[in-house]
Design a protein around this ligand. Structure first.
Ligand code: SF4
Length: 342
């Protein structure tokens, strides 16, 4: 993906008129071209000169796995410097949602998360984040059924607020009405609870959605499951969420990966209800997808039982089905089986 400034700089070197910038930018973000050769409205010489200076792509797709019913598709990409990146397209209930990664690996190290086991290698650039979305936009277009990307969630590999500037830049590029044009309300950014990030996010002018990966309702358990909790304990995270709601009047979505016998106990449910019984708070329960670690997946009836108990206690709560478990494309499963590009 190329932003307008980069395109304008290259075109200025080539003494091209200003309108060419818009032409190339629209071809990349709306026309979804992967090569300047495909921009047939440009003179052939100019296409060649641009290709000598720039590439519309920052990622190469290496491998794709899809579930047979087409509800989930995971692609492994390689960055130009050889790092592996994964993203997922989920097609459920008429929506086509792309889950993007913001970092190669992750420094947070959640106990149940496959990505966290990698450690952090580097942040992704905004262009690399947006390219994950453009890739799936091309896949949908090639499908020929008139579908397009309806939502983007920043819930793949990485902690988006540890890569705050590039994450927000990616949101703005996706939202740009002259470019990809995705509504800000269709974009959700998920944090494990980086308090300064939540405060910064509350002050942004875009109407983006905030999600918080909670996974435990008491500090002792959350310290163990989400080590970031030792830096930003639950009290601090919820104070930041309150400030966010006061300032934006927008909902906060809490994500809770249910680990059988660990965070679905009556005590955790009671603590959860205590914290989440608030207007504009909504909880999503997601059954853990086993990745070979020490945790196990609850039975569907157990997740439903937890949902009912929380609802009875006054919490706005749903169970989110997470398609793609069998291709390791579900929550907490974006980890790389091998290094791409090596
Ligand atoms: S769940 Fe999210 S924040 Fe936690 S280690 Fe995995 S990618 Fe990082």
């Amino acid at each position: 993906m190329l932003d307008q400034e980069t395109i304008a700089a290259a075109l200025a070197e080539l003494d091209q008129p200003a309108y060419r910038t818009r032409q190339v930018y629209e071809a990349v973000t709306r026309g979804l071209v992967t090569s300047f050769d495909d921009i047939t409205t440009l003179p052939r010489d100019l296409r060649r000169s641009l290709a000598e200076r720039l590439s519309p792509l920052t990622l190469t797709d290496v491998e794709t796995r899809a579930v047979p019913d087409g509800t989930a598709r995971k692609t492994l990409f390689a960055t130009t410097d050889g790092h592996p990146v994964e993203a997922v397209l989920m097609q459920v209930s008429g929506r086509a949602t792309v889950c993007v990664s913001t970092q190669v690996g992750c420094a947070v190290g959640c106990a149940f998360c496959a990505s966290g086991r990698l450690g952090l290698r580097r942040d992704l650039r905004a262009e690399e984040i947006v390219d994950q979305v453009l890739h799936f936009a091309r896949v949908l277009r090639a499908d020929g059924r008139g579908r397009h990307v309806t939502n983007v969630v920043f819930m793949g590999m990485g902690e988006p607020f540890h890569a705050y500037d590039q994450t927000l830049r990616a949101c703005r590029l996706l939202n740009d009405p002259h470019g990809f044009g995705l509504a800000a309300r269709a974009i959700s950014v998920s944090t494990a609870g980086v308090v300064p990030g939540i405060d910064r996010f509350a002050a942004e002018s875009l109407q983006l959605n905030l999600a918080v990966s909670l996974h435990a309702a008491t500090d002792d358990l959350r310290d163990e499951l989400v080590p970031l909790n030792r830096t930003y304990p639950l009290g601090a995270v919820f104070s930041a969420c309150e400030r966010y709601v006061r300032r934006t009047r927008r909902k906060v979505l809490f994500e809770y990966v249910v680990l059988r016998g660990v965070n679905d106990t009556p005590a955790q449910a009671a603590a959860l209800a205590q914290r989440l019984r608030r207007p504009l708070y909504h909880l999503n329960l997601i059954a853990y997808n086993e990745t070979g670690g020490r945790f196990s997946r609850p039975a569907p009836g157990e997740v439903e039982g937890l949902r009912r108990r929380l609802e009875k206690a006054g919490v706005s709560v749903t169970v989110r089905t997470s398609p793609g478990g069998e291709i390791e494309a579900a929550c907490g499963q974006l980890a790389l089986r091998r290094d791409a590009g090596c």
